[in-house]
Design a protein around this ligand. Sequence first.
Ligand code: ADP
Ligand code: ASP
Ligand code: MG
Length: 458
Amino acid sequence: MIVIKFGGTSVGDAQRVANAIDIVAERREQSPIVVVSALAGVTNELVAATEAARASDIDRVNQIIAAVRQRHEDVAMRLVQQKFDFFESFIKQLDKQIDQIHTILRGIALLGEITARARDKVIGLGEKLSSVLFAYSMMMRALPGEHVDSEEVVITDSRFGEAAPQMEETRAAAQRVLHPLIERRLIPVMGGFIGRTRDGATTTLGRGGSDYSAAVIGAAVGADEIQIWTDVDGMMTADPRLIPGARVIDRISYVEAAELAWFGAKVLHPKTIAPAVTQRIPVRVLNTHNVASPGTLITQEGDTRDSAGPRAVAVKRGITVVHMTSNRMLGAHGFLARLFAIFEELEVSVDLITTSEVSVSVTIDEKHNLQQLIERLKPVADVEVRENQCIVAIVGRNLMRDSMVGAKIFEAMRGIPTSMFSLGTSGLNLSIVADDADADRCVRAIHAALFESPVGVT
Ligand code: ADP
Ligand code: ASP
Ligand code: MG
């Protein structure tokens, strides 16, 4: 059994859906389960619809929803191949889903406010529609695609917008729903990104979360492999949009891939690796636009031929640095405990930390309520905040084994102002905090120094 996940651009239009279906057809003997994202751009449109509804701009809501509906109808129309009965059934399903979401949006527009629960219901629509479309499109091409409602399988907690799958219940549901289909040689097709709480409310797993869904479903069924099909040749030494000369990494370990994803390599959602690790399921990142390319294989061992040194550089933007100085005696004990109790209480997670005897600096991302955090910290510490920062992370196992690596990185950063450096104790990443405005130039300089120099380390 394998899980095949297609990202938004891989199902962006009729031609791409057709290509994706060919990819599934070629892997039919491996008992695939298909997980699809919303068609490219649709989730952003749905987010815009929730915002328009909150602003009671009903014309804009109607306009967005009509365009989303039309886009799905157009793709289905182009794929129909004389199978008009399938097309008509698809349109019925499409209208039913669209009507339901439209009613919710009209309710939001009337009240002028939105709950996290209603928001998830709306923004999860993209995956519902794309998965129904994909299953029908498979049937139109005489393949046994069977739509499965992800909400029947992926059971989550009730943190709307960032829900956590409950693995035991999800495993039981997968056993009940997916296994019988596979036994009948049908190909289940599910939407990524969405799940459901125990009491039946739709949840989403966080933006970009379809990768995570694929891994959760893969772990739930005990898949042999989880394939993430996207629009680049694999995990690369840097984001190829920023560094056109970035190279594909053919093998990488779970820990390295997870670290890269956490520090901003968007090609994988940061939570994707964890469910795979628990059962040692290999994850492969592949390119729908270049099927012949071998992609990146992510396993426990990673690259056994070359187990040390930098593998890639990633950047996480929109970071805030919070610098806290003890306003009591120097070296007073309990200072860190008091600070972190506040972070814990406000559920603020920290990426990087550096300390001196009297002060500590941490980075947090933009999702958190900064003002509230500052107010709560004030009685314990003098607080300075620096916004619009980025973290540039160089990732690789035994990163600093070769002392030239550190030298090259520091040399590359010459002339670029930085405010924090942190070498992870696992030796897995070196992170540098700089101004967001300098992010691109940092990545370019570091990539050039580590991966482009003629005798460079790779
Ligand atoms: P999908 O819609 O398939 O989920 P995403 O846009 O979420 O695709 O992720 C793929 C994108 O990730 C690529 O187009 C690329 O620009 C970006 N990316 C960022 N860092 C990396 C990296 N290190 N390797 C490969 N791609 C990366
Ligand atoms: N469609 C969702 C998003 O845009 C999930 C995903 O694409 O992975 O965030
Ligand atoms: Mg993605």
